[in-house]
Design a binder for this molecule. Structure first.
Ligand SMILES: Nc1ncnc2c1ncn2[C@@H]1O[C@H](COP(=O)(O)OP(=O)(O)OP(=O)(O)O)[C@@H](O)[C@H]1O
Length: 304
């Protein structure tokens, strides 16, 4: 069931169009990614859904409510991740959670959120003394303290080191497990690939693709190659491999075999070889990424 419906949003600033007919629907319980380069219109889109900006035209429904007309009715059901500058440095972690809990009619017990988000030991630490990763986890905990049905996370891991990013991702997976529908705005391909069920790719104010991360990569990235080495004495597997669905070409170059195909052919090829007890070595798959998909969709690199 769609919990958010966005239909034909348009918005211009000073006569310059930044949203030009954005349309998508978010299903209950999914982590829905909004991916796009800087300035693509991501924040304008989500802040319109949150009721913070008013589009020039188009229709938005969140839990069956209009974010502007029904703002008061909607507010208890949505949680929005704050931006870095929005908490005073001297506020303690527990005070921030207690304060935000007081804004909601039926908040969660913030003490359990401290444990869940790995902040129990920072309970009495002032905001200004937290590490980047701890601040980010606090922002997410604050977005969840009202026990929302929908959470909005915007540029979740900007500025974090690789380990803190991975830690934050692991925590975000728990939000999904708890059933909260999550909108995740990002310009990091790896982040949406790791966390999102589906992704809307926004470029220059329009949705240029909407699919699962694997679907986006598979449909836009073209054929892939699988390569392996045949140990001496192995029977020639070319006919065996060529018969696998999705395989479009098999070439042999000495003891190297190069298989080209589309869709999930690589898994099927390895299964076929295993079934026929053909042992291969040095198996490699050219990995395509969302980055390749973006180039295929728009004709230009992601950060331009
Ligand atoms: N209040 C505003 N007044 C004028 N122009 C704006 C305003 N807000 C956004 N813009 C412009 O609209 C375009 C889209 O901005 P938006 O913040 O929605 O993009 P974004 O995809 O979230 O980008 P980023 O990843 O850089 O935050 C940008 O060119 C931006 O400069």
């Amino acid at each position: 069931m769609a919990i958010i419906e966005v239909d034909d949003l348009k918005k211009s600033y000073d006569g310059r169009s930044v949203l030009d007919g954005v349309t998508f629907a978010v299903e209950e319980g999914e982590v829905f990614g909004i991916l796009g380069p800087n300035g693509a219109g991501k924040t304008t889109t989500v802040e319109s859904i949150e009721g913070l900006r008013r589009p020039d035209s188009g229709r938005i429904s969140v839990l069956g409510l209009d974010p502007h007309r029904d703002a008061a009715a909607l507010r208890p059901h949505i949680g929005v991740q704050l931006q870095q500058t929005q908490l005073p440095d001297n506020l303690k972690v527990w005070e921030a959670l207690d304060l935000y809990a007081s804004f909601y009619p039926e908040p969660r017990d913030w003490r359990s959120l401290l444990d869940e988000w790995g902040l129990a030991r920072q309970r009495n630490t002032r905001f200004g003394k937290l590490s980047g990763g701890q601040k980010q986890r606090l922002f997410i905990a604050l977005a969840l303290v009202g026990d929302p049905k929908v959470a909005f996370l915007d540029e979740l891991t900007t500025g974090l080191d690789p380990q803190a990013r991975r830690d934050t991702w692991e925590h975000v997976k728990r939000i999904k497990a708890s059933g909260v529908t999550t909108i995740l705005v990002s310009h990091y391909m790896d982040e949406v690939e790791e966390l999102c069920d589906r992704v809307a790719v926004i470029d220059r104010g329009t949705v240029v693709a909407l699919d699962t991360p694997a679907g986006l990569v598979g449909s836009a990235a073209g054929p892939q190659q699988l390569r392996f080495t045949l140990p001496g004495g192995t029977d020639d597997p070319i006919d065996l491999v060529a018969a696998v669905p999705g395989v479009t070409d098999v070439r042999r170059d000495g003891d190297r075999v190069i298989v080209t195909g589309t869709g999930d052919f690589a898994t099927a090829v390895t299964a076929q070889l295993a079934r026929h007890h053909v042992l291969v070595a040095d198996l490699r798959i050219d990995s395509r990424s969302l980055e390749d998909a973006f180039i295929a969709l728009t004709g230009r690199p992601f950060d331009h």
